[in-house]
Design a protein around this ligand. Structure first.
Ligand SMILES: Cc1cc2nc3c(=O)[nH]c(=O)nc-3n(C[C@H](O)[C@H](O)[C@H](O)COP(=O)(O)OP(=O)(O)OC[C@H]3O[C@@H](n4cnc5c(N)ncnc54)[C@H](O)[C@@H]3O)c2cc1C
Length: 808
């Protein structure tokens, strides 16, 4: 075994082999993969081998498309057959709600370049002869579905990697991983040690155990999964003979089933409701090529639906039932990337669809390691989307929920209950008593809206039971004053004698003076966004940053990787050590003035001022800024004082008719000001000019901030895209995000977010279009639920375009 390598990849399943191949293809050949047994000794060998391009997240869908396109290349390079059968497939809907969802998938496919087409049940039956068209209301045809040989693909990656110079060591079990004083890693195996600059955990079924070697508890859990293979079926033989082709794939969402031809019979798999985790706490090291005991009773309810939807199954015998374990993260997407606090330690695990996603995971990881950036928007797969709150018990609850809902519809207003409530703030009970309907953000319960007794969310793609109530919350803000809980923001304290100089390099904005705040875009080396914050200079040397709550770990990874080694700067993610309240609306100042002795007049405390002040008896940090775009204040308070501050504000607000508002109302309010949000409008694939954040970039400042040269180049060249806000002629359904934007009859852009702006009484969408058409007055349409609606660019915000309210 090599004693030194630039990279050691642990795990020879499909994912580890793909990572190895991609590193080698990218030019890093001093790389070695260690596998404790033969290749494919985890979940890979018994997979059903299905592959699909569609995914709920369009960026993951792009990587799936890439994965499928890769098989020809690795087959040619390695000389190893991958057994790819690109049969195509049908996605079936048995309900109108499912068909609405499928139409959304077809729409996304238009800008992703995925060839999808809505067809009728009868047309679906012409393509897939085993289905009973009477059981379905519609279908979608996907030409890029298929299946392959799991072992062949894994060996093809490994052989191709070896041809490029990488090494594979089988029967080499990694037993421990120890950090060396110089930051490199000692990888200790049953066959000796290797020192490596980078270690990749692609341990699949043992990813948790490999993580534990470096003190990590990864949110991953294996689930048992079953599929059956039938005896040969005459219907299959007849079709093969008649058409000369295989029976195509089918996904029956309402039956929660997937099907494909397997030799002369069929393979049918299901994600059953009565699911079962496997090895909840510890994966046995002696597990390898065994299968688990099948349990047909567990899958019987799904099979019953399957036999009804595909009647030919009623007349055939079951030849074999395969039951094997494979791993999931709580949301079902992979965990990929560098791990915060462990430089040089990477994960590529929790990959539940290795044959659709393995290539994309390998590509992103190798780009990231070699170029410092994944080269694509992989937020949905980034390991940093989870924090310490994703404990083993939380993961268990969430993975089981996710498994049981693998093919279920998730409506845009649907909140999933498992693993909740987990993190709550001190006002949780008080807000619940007022009817708060809770969502969750980064593990924290967040009030979405306030429901009167007996009213709850009716899950729908269309405007729903919350509509009128959210409208009232919006009216309370615009007409008087509203109060919201905003503890879900990420909050950071930056201190130390080097803090100002460091922030000047990290952030692209001009640093604010003492007692002032500014909007602060943060760029990567390639000049694209990696964050957007509010930066407050509380006192020179003491800085406060507020940003996206879901990206706390993501941003801390970036911040910490750039801290000076001499300890002159300290940054702390405050999490729920600091909670938040916000008041907004024309009467917000009157409320604040009643609860503090500080002078909060416009002259003394203008827009973008920040100061410590007491609210009632509670010491707080108050910033005059509001995401509602109205006169407003964000109030940061230690949790032990949050109830006191909340009580003082609600009592003072009574005479002004203060009303609670939740994040849905906040969304409606920010939309009519054209304010973007992280992970929707602002993502690491857009430049500041494209995203309209260039006005906050201090291109001329002295500090050589990260991404400066690239941002200057973007400004000179003009960028490719523009973020625009649209008014949409929608009737009863608004955009959710990821809908296509049409221009002159062709899809030219995509929606990032939107909804109904209740005060302006308009349906609004934000999204990116090419720069060349970004100022066109006419010709736009936005597709919602399969129908195109006229849309016009909103040149000025619908609310307070002249800042008369915000700055008053
Ligand atoms: C019944 C079933 C059906 C499936 N059907 C499909 C399908 O149709 N399509 C699809 O895309 N996916 C399917 N999957 C899922 C697919 O199998 C997984 O996505 C894939 O196998 C994940 O691969 P991996 O490389 O991450 O993990 P694994 O295959 O588990 O590989 C991990 C490897 O790491 C090695 N290892 C672990 N720890 C160490 C260590 N300390 N030292 C050295 N080596 C170590 C293991 O021996 C193992 O070989 C199915 C899974 C099952 C169980």
């Amino acid at each position: 075994m090599k004693s030194h390598a630039k990279v050691v990849v642990i795990g020879g399943g499909v994912v580890g082999c793909s990572v190895l191949f991609h590193l080698a293809r990218h030019g890093w050949t001093d790389v070695v993969l260690l596998e404790r047994d033969e290749l494919t000794s985890g979940s890979t060998w018994h997979a059903a081998g299905g592959m699909h391009t569609i995914n709920g997240d369009p960026n993951v869908a792009k990587l799936q498309k890439y994965t499928i396109s890769l098989y020809k290349e690795i087959e040619e390079l390695s000389g190893q057959a991958t057994g790819v059968h690109l049969t195509g497939g049908v996605l079936l809907a048995a309900t109108e709600a499912r068909l609405d969802w499928l139409r959304g998938v077809v729409a996304k496919g238009r800008y992703l370049g995925i060839d999808l087409e809505e067809i009728s049940p009868n047309e679906a039956a012409e393509l897939m002869p085993l289905l009973d068209p009477k059981q379905f209301v519609g279908a979608v045809r996907n030409k890029e579905d298929g299946h392959l040989d799991p072992s062949g693909v894994t060996h093809a990656y490994a052989k191709a990697a070896r041809k490029l110079g990488a090494e594979v060591e089988r029967f080499t079990k990694v037993e421990d991983i120890v950090r060396r004083p110089d930051g490199s890693w000692r990888v200790i195996t049953n066959k000796g040690e290797a020192v490596a600059e980078h270690v990749v955990n692609a341990g699949g079924l043992w990813a948790r155990e490999v993580g534990r070697m470096v003190g990590l508890e990864l949110p991953v859990l294996a689930m048992e999964h079953m599929y059956l293979i039938t005896e040969d079926m005459p219907e299959v033989a007849a079709w093969n003979q008649k058409t000369g082709t295989e029976i195509i794939h089918a996904v029956d969402f309402d039956g929660e089933l997937y099907l494909r031809q397997e030799r002369g019979g069929m393979l049918m798999g299901t994600y059953e409701k009565a699911n079962k985790p496997w090895s909840e706490f510890q994966t046995p090291w002696n597990f390898g090529h065994e299968l688990l005991e099948p349990d047909i009773d567990r899958i019987a309810p799904s099979l019953e639906v399957g036999f009804r939807h595909f009647p030919a199954f009623q007349n055939t015998g079951i030849k074999q039932i395969i039951n094997g374990p494979f791993t999931f993260a709580p949301d079902g997407n992979p965990l990929v990337g560098p791990v915060r606090g462990l430089p040089g330690f990477w994960v590529a695990c929790g990959v539940m669809a290795g044959f659709s996603q393995g290539g994309g995971v390998g590509l992103a990881l190798s780009n990231w390691m070699i170029e410092g950036d994944p080269g694509a928007d992989i937020w949905a797969m980034d390991v940093a989307r989870y924090g310490d709150w994703a404990t083993m018990a939380y993961t268990n609850a969430k993975v089981r929920e996710n498994y049981s809902r693998r093919f279920s519809i998730r409506f845009p207003n649907e909140e999933l209950p498992a693993g909740r409530p987990l993190k709550t703030t001190p006002v949780y009970d008080a807000l619940s008593a007022k009817g708060a309907q809770w969502g969750v953000s980064y593990g924290l319960e967040v009030p979405l809206w306030y429901a009167p007794d007996g009213v709850r969310d009716e899950f729908s793609w269309r405007r729903s039971s919350d509509f009128d109530h959210v409208a009232k919350e919006v009216a309370a803000v615009r007409g008087g004053v509203g109060l919201a809980e905003i503890s879900n923001f990420a909050k950071y304290a930056v201190t130390g004698e080097g803090a100002a100089a460091w922030l000047d390099r990290m952030l692209a904005c001009k640093l604010p003076k003492r007692g002032r705040m500014t909007l602060a875009p943060m760029l990567k080396n390639d000049g694209r966004l990696i964050g957007d914050f509010t930066l407050a200079n509380i006192d020179d040397g003491e800085w406060f940053i507020a940003g996206s709550g879901i990206a706390e770990q993501y941003h801390m990874r970036w911040f910490e990787a750039h801290l000076p080694k001499n300890g002159s700067v300290r940054i702390e993610a405050l999490g729920q050590k600091l909670t938040g309240l916000a008041i907004a609306g024309p009467k917000a100042r009157d409320v604040l003035a009643k609860v503090t002795r500080a002078d909060v007049s416009n002259a003394a405390f203008p827009f973008m001022a920040v100061a410590r002040m007491d609210i009632g008896m509670a010491p707080c940090l108050v910033g005059r800024v509001s995401y509602t775009g109205d006169l407003g204040y964000e109030i940061w308070v230690a949790p032990e004082y949050q109830r006191a501050a909340f009580g003082a504000l609600t009592a003072a607000g009574e005479e002004f008719g203060i009303g609670l508002f939740g994040s849905r109302a906040l969304n409606a309010l920010r939309l009519e000001k054209n304010y973007g949000s992280w992970a929707r409008e602002y993502r690491p694939i857009y430049g500041p000019l494209e995203a309209g954040l260039d006005r906050f970039v201090a291109y001329g400042k002295e500090a050589d901030f990260i991404g400066k040269a690239a941002a200057l180049a973007e400004r000179k060249q003009g960028g490719k895209l523009r973020l625009r806000a649209f008014i949409v002629d929608a009737a009863d359904a608004d955009v959710i995000g990821d809908e296509p934007i049409w221009f002159d009859g062709a899809v030219r852009g995509w929606v990032t977010s939107g909804g109904y702006a209740h005060h302006a009484k308009r349906s609004v969408a934000m999204g990116y279009v090419p720069r060349e058409i970004a100022d066109e007055a006419d010709g736009f349409e936005i597709e919602i639920l399969g129908k195109r609606h006229g849309a016009r660019i909103q040149s000025a915000p619908l609310f307070d375009a002249n800042f008369e309210r915000m700055r008053a």
